[in-house]
Design a protein around this ligand. Structure first.
Ligand code: SF4
Ligand code: SF4
Length: 390
């Protein structure tokens, strides 16, 4: 069935047994990245067919807790989010920026090519679309230009999946980033399960999406199909287990610089940096320079975290020597100074930092705790001390 030229793109229904044709059509032109089960979790990886999707799995999540369980059905997207975000493919954990080689008594320096695969991302949730949009602002907005990010981001074909059931740590509804994706995709799937036949409502968000759908067996969706899809995401919103009241958060955080609550969090925080690694928007990096005795050198950018001591090292030592000051930096940046820098909060409510924190530290609990923490005495001298050089 073809969409009429020039017409708005009407939604369609694709049967479960025809979803493989959609993945194959994506694979004909793209490197398809999607969810799959590996090592007891759902990870994002290259997908070579619909069989690679996590059929019949769901994820159980809470603060500091994640496990996969079998579902009673064969839902393909019956889980929410694994530890890996799409950042992994757009803003690489490790990217060599240039190589140098000693030649004829001088150094020949060559920038690394930014060439990247033509990606299709299959299964992007609404909060993740918001996360990509935040990264776009950070890495490409307002005079900033990261050529490696740009090369990987440009032309990504996005197949979103609408959330019909929230994860245990989700709070996208209060961040205004979900659970329903309203744009930013080429195609968006809503999975229909029993008592309805197993099929997918497909919303079309771009001419490229319409063109791809034309290569997949489908039929026209009826208004009741659209209503059913809306009800499913509304149900996910109502069932969302966490919320974050963002009203006045920026001013509140700026007014609590010396609050004793930071020290109470620091007593639990291990400064492991998990929260920043799993976050779809954390973008901090450092560089590593390697040389060898043959006269070669390379300059590599790698992810870093504001929870590490070396991250704030300047001159005589690290300016954020205590864990309290590092947690304060992370949370205040996410929910206050990020908005000053980029015009949007740095949090999209995906809940990963809560799930993957080994101490179960939960920003949706810390913000209310900070709001009521009236005592503004300096908790500990080291929230502002400089680490002594060893
Ligand atoms: S701060 Fe936490 S909840 Fe917010 S986007 Fe990052 S990982 Fe997700
Ligand atoms: S808040 Fe949790 S995940 Fe983040 S550094 Fe501390 S212990 Fe690690």
């Amino acid at each position: 069935m073809s969409s009429a030229p020039g017409a708005p793109f009407p939604p369609a229904l694709v049967r479960r047994e025809d979803l493989g044709a959609l993945v194959d059509a994506l694979r004909a032109e793209h490197t398809v990245i999607g969810p799959t089960v590996r090592d007891g979790g759902i990870v994002l990886s290259e997908i070579d067919g619909v069989e690679a999707l996590p059929a019949g799995w769901t994820d159980i999540q809470d603060a500091g807790r994640y496990r996969l369980e079998r579902r009673a059905d064969r839902a393909l997207f019956g889980f929410v989010l694994g530890p890996m975000s799409w950042k992994r493919f757009l803003h690489l954990p490790s990217a060599t920026l240039w190589h140098a080689e000693r030649k004829n008594g001088t150094f020949d320096v060559r920038e690394t090519s930014c060439e990247a695969p033509r990606f299709a991302f299959l299964g992007v949730r609404s909060c993740e679309l918001a996360g990509i949009s935040v990264l776009d602002k950070v890495l490409l907005g307002d005079g900033r230009f990261d050529p490696h990010y740009d090369a990987r981001r440009r032309g990504v074909f996005v197949v979103a999946v609408q959330c019909t059931s929230p994860g245990g740590t989700c709070f996208c509804a209060s961040m205004g980033t979900g659970p329903r994706a309203r744009g930013g995709f080429d195609l968006a799937l809503t999975e229909f399960l029993a008592p309805r036949p197993h099929e997918f409502l497909v919303e079309v968000g771009s001419p490229a999406g319409a063109s791809l759908l034309d290569r997949v067996p489908h039929r026209k969706a009826a208004p009741e199909d659209l209503r059913h899809a809306e009800e499913l995401t509304l149900g996910a919103e109502r069932a969302m287990p966490r919320a974050l009241d963002m009203a006045g958060v920026r001013e509140m955080l700026y007014s609590k610089i010396d609050n004793r609550r930071w020290g109470e969090v620091a007593d639990r925080c291990l400064a492991c940096g998990n929260c920043t690694m799993v976050c779809p928007t954390c973008f901090c990096t450092t560089v590593l320079d390697r040389t060898d005795l043959a006269g070669r050198a390379e300059h590599t950018r790698v992810w870093d975290s504001c929870f590490t001591l070396p991250y704030s090292r300047m001159g005589p030592g690290s300016v954020r020597a205590s864990i309290a000051s590092r947690y304060r930096q992370w949370l205040t940046h996410k929910l206050a100074s990020w908005s000053d820098q980029f015009g949007t909060p740095g949090c999209v409510g995906c809940g990963r930092c809560i799930t993957w924190c080994p101490a179960g530290i939960d920003l949706t609990r810390e913000i209310p705790a900070l709001r009521v923490a009236r005592d503004t005495r300096v908790l500990a001298k080291d929230t502002r001390t400089v680490e002594k050089p060893s």
